[in-house]
Write a protein that binds this ligand. Sequence first.
Ligand SMILES: Nc1nc2c(ncn2[C@@H]2O[C@H](COP(=O)(O)OP(=O)(O)O)[C@@H](O)[C@H]2O)c(=O)[nH]1
Ligand SMILES: [Mg+2]
Length: 304
Amino acid sequence: MDAGAAPTRRRFGGGLRRWFDRGGLGDADWEELEELLIQADLGPELSLELVDGLREAARDSGIKDPEAVRALLSERLTAELGSGERAFAAGDPPQVVLVVGVNGAGKTTSIAKLASLLQSHGYSVLLAAGDTYRAGAIDQLRIWGDRIEAPVVAHQPGSDPGAVVYDALDAAKARGVDYVIADTAGRQHTNLNLMNELAKVRRVAERQVPGAPHEVLLVLDALTGQNGLRQAQAFRDAVDVTGVIVSKLDSSAKGGVAFAVTRALGVPIKFVGTGERTEDFAVFDPQEFAAAVLASDEAAEPGS
Ligand SMILES: Nc1nc2c(ncn2[C@@H]2O[C@H](COP(=O)(O)OP(=O)(O)O)[C@@H](O)[C@H]2O)c(=O)[nH]1
Ligand SMILES: [Mg+2]
């Protein structure tokens, strides 16, 4: 996670470091801090709220040195990301996980990474090729399945994704598989048909396994910045998203959107993707993330 947050830190942290180093805390300084937070993609509303809060706290406790604001900001950013239970829900098998998001967000890659993480904790995983829209998507999931040695249930391209999920859950129940992770077609959040189809896949899972889907994870490309918010809201409305995977944190300076998304959706970020390999994936830790974003480059990247 620390390495993954590096681009965000460089952009976010560079300006902030200069801000922490300045001589005083006048009106213009606070305004600049607000601007820095907006540039880091925290969104105008949250940025304003943070700065107002920090300003008040600094005044109340007689803080005159911007460096002393760093700890306060870190604390507030952490709180903003929530500190609830992050562990992956466990229960009677099969636990059913739907993975949703727009095309190219990183769904299929994240599924392989998540499956691999679960396997490393001793769980068995079955993958469902619910993205039947493109032939390539089914092949891609099969290749990942081979690589991580997880069975894949797939139908023909163009077939009903509900039927794929139905068969996958059937197979999982018969084999006593712990987790079923279902891929879904990349949906533009403005495409109503596809959103309805997603809701239907959800209902298929609900009918077949009690409590399913246990997780609906939205994959959000960190590169989308604030645009990701509108996508996220549309998915939440269609399928009751329970958690977010922020992908491509390694290649984006817009990790700040993590804060805005948590606030807009009211659901936690559960995992982050930090590269293209299966091991480039981590359970999201709010405190670590806030600290990594704010840390100075020298402190956070020893030897680099
Ligand atoms: N650098 C980087 N690339 C990623 C990450 N996750 C996915 N990708 C790449 O993003 C592209 C789209 O990913 P894919 O899983 O096919 O997206 P999908 O269309 O949502 O299923 C692929 O080239 C992936 O290798 C990540 O965390 N970091
Ligand atoms: Mg895909």
